[in-house]
Design a protein around this ligand. Sequence first.
Ligand SMILES: [Mg+2]
Length: 395
Amino acid sequence: MLMYMDLDRFKYVNDSLGHHAGDNLLFLVGQRLREVVPHAGMIARQGGDEFIVLLSGKDDVLQVEAIAQRLVDALSQSFTVFDKQIYVGASIGIVRLPEDAQDMVSAMRYADICLYRAKKSGKGCYRLWDRSYLQDSTPERIQIESELREGIERGELILHYQPKVNAVAGELHSLEALVRWQHPRLGLIYPDSFIGIAEESNLIVELDRWVIAAVAEQQLAWRKQGLVIVPVSLNVSASHITRADLVLLFAQILNEHPELANYIEVELTETAIMADPDQATISLNHLLHLGVKSSVDDFGSGYTSLGYLKKLNANTLKIDRTFIDDITEDGYDRDVAKAIIALANSLSMEVVAEGVETKAQWDLLASFGCQYLQGYYFSKPKPAEEIARLLASQK
Ligand SMILES: [Mg+2]
């Protein structure tokens, strides 16, 4: 069996902590792999942050899956590099030999496609080779990357805005900007299909910069139309949050347009923050100082140290939508959502529930003290023109 794995946030460790830290981390990853699969025929670093593990005589699917899961779990635990806790995580593509591939060249190619599949379905998981994957393979990924680069330059990206409402009356409170790609051939493409690819290249930084500038422009345009604007949050990627140029970009915009202070906010996922909590803390505090509040997005899905939560000075917790989906039926989800709301309240943070689709979910969340709600029950993400009408009706 061939396992081809790639660390999920290595580039980010290298960029923010330097190559020494990166090298140290690779060594520790190698060590941990040896601990988890001591009987592997071979464990090798393939280059960059990619590792290969070869195991013989373990081709029973259940056994293969058990080993893959042990590896994913082991690599999702923290590593200590230069006294810092780092969460890097890994995705794995698996090819069984010789059932799936008879030669090493196709084995590697299939493993790469599986790995890409694992990354695409959210990282931190594994995928076993399936012949149907052949239709969706590497060329598509390279094509999307180069087309997206041109798409940004040609102005093919657009923003839709989804309202967040207050839980008492369901009235508009603020908006979240969500990016879409108006592809000339394929039509409207949702971020799930391209953010992952952008994140693996530096394109994500360009994309984030475009979003930030576009939100600022839109807010100014709405004001110019005489509308009373509300805060708009935008999503910043993990690889961007620790870069000094992010804070600088906001500083420039707010210096030119001080009237936008408190009207642009950032959302950063819990996983992105915890990849480098010290740097995230510095960036978010800088932003707050400039008048840019922040939300911890998808909260509850990762591992936050509660000590950091206070230091971040984030304004808002957004409960991960997986807890909201079944909140009316599932006691566990209900308890987690309730606990997050209580936590937010006790830290004097605001709390938003995402993915609200029914009145029953609204009532339950409101009864737990959740202040703000977002989801299809209230509104889908909408183009700027429709939001303008909504803002006008608020007056
Ligand atoms: Mg978000």
